[in-house]
Design a protein around this ligand. Structure first.
Ligand code: 13P
Length: 294
């Protein structure tokens, strides 16, 4: 099922679990993600950023391909523009057939973030798409942004932001960052702030920088109200490691077999992450009827 993020995230919000949002730049990754969701009876979100589209799968090609694959499985699959920044990137994604867009104006001051998000949320809703926004700023692990409390989401502002923009879900900054943390380092998350945000906003909340955040942190974040977790670095790492191992074992390995090795490693990782965040088994199906929520 090809759907927007709206209903799947509301289901996660009402049933206290989170859905994975996985960055994907080609067909093999899309296959690994959709097959994992299907086998786990889980919803899933496929993310791609404007930067990833420039170098890899362009949205114009990715959207119809993902829609086609998603329509062959009974579980809900959304295709979301990750970190949409310019108006043009976002309206292009809408034209290409994405089912959801993120407007990331988190580097602008509050009023400008509200203005930009309002505009995109209203356009998205008019087309039946969902809209994710960000308040506070989730930066880069390499710059230690995760420990910069000044970047964390302000609870009072968040309430006003959501009321004025009508975004469907909100990415919040509580101590994670994008990319790999220094070796052996696990970030410290501000769970009190997360609990407060959940109580005040009572809506689906998003955690960016899901890689390397530590299983205990992830489980606790879900228990405290996170409903969408973005994962990129760890998935790509699993694909790279599996590729290296396969070539080491057999330097003459066929390229197609190499792709399958990477695909299987990504599936193992995705399926175990889905179990950790509670999305596995949330969707069951009657034989010849449509989907049935548990
Ligand atoms: P990681 O690469 O740290 O998993 O972050 C992914 C992300 O948040 C994409 O928006």
């Amino acid at each position: 099922m090809y759907v927007s993020m709206k209903d799947m995230l509301l289901h996660a919000h009402h049933n206290n679990y989170a859905v994975m949002a996985i960055n994907c730049v080609n067909m093999e990754q899309a296959k690994a993600i959709i097959q994992s969701a299907d086998e786990e009876k889980s919803a899933v979100i496929i993310n791609i950023s404007p930067r990833q589209m420039k170098a890899h799968g362009h949205g114009e090609i990715m959207a119809p391909m993902i829609k086609n694959m998603a329509e062959k499985v009974p579980v809900p699959v959304a295709f979301n523009l990750d970190h949409g920044a310019s108006f043009e990137d976002i309206t292009d994604a809408m034209k290409f057939g994405f089912s959801s867009v993120m407007i990331d104006s988190s580097s602008f001051e509050f009023e400008e973030n509200v203005r930009r998000t309002q505009q995109i949320a209203s356009l998205a809703h008019g087309m039946g798409l969902s809209c994710e926004a960000e308040l506070g700023h989730v930066g880069q692990a390499a710059a230690d942004d995760n420990s910069n409390v000044d970047l964390y989401t302000n609870v009072k502002q968040a309430k006003e932001f959501v009321e004025r923009t009508k975004c469907d879900c909100l990415a919040i900054a509580i101590g994670t960052a994008h990319g790999a943390y220094p070796k052996g380092m696990v970030p410290k998350l501000d769970f009190d702030r997360l609990r407060e945000l959940k109580t005040e906003l009572n809506m689906p909340l998003v955690l960016h920088g899901g890689s390397g955040a530590g299983e205990e942190n992830i489980k606790k974040a879900v228990a405290c109200g996170i409903n969408k977790i973005n994962v990129c670095t760890d998935l790509f790492r699993h694909a790279t490691n599996a590729t290296i191992e396969a070539v080491k074992e057999n330097p003459m390995i066929d390229y197609m077999d190499l792709c399958i090795e990477a695909q299987n490693a990504m599936k193992d990782f995705i399926k175990s992450y889905m179990r950790v965040i509670g999305s596995s088994g949330q969707y069951s199906f009657k034989k010849d009827n449509g989907p049935e929520l548990d």
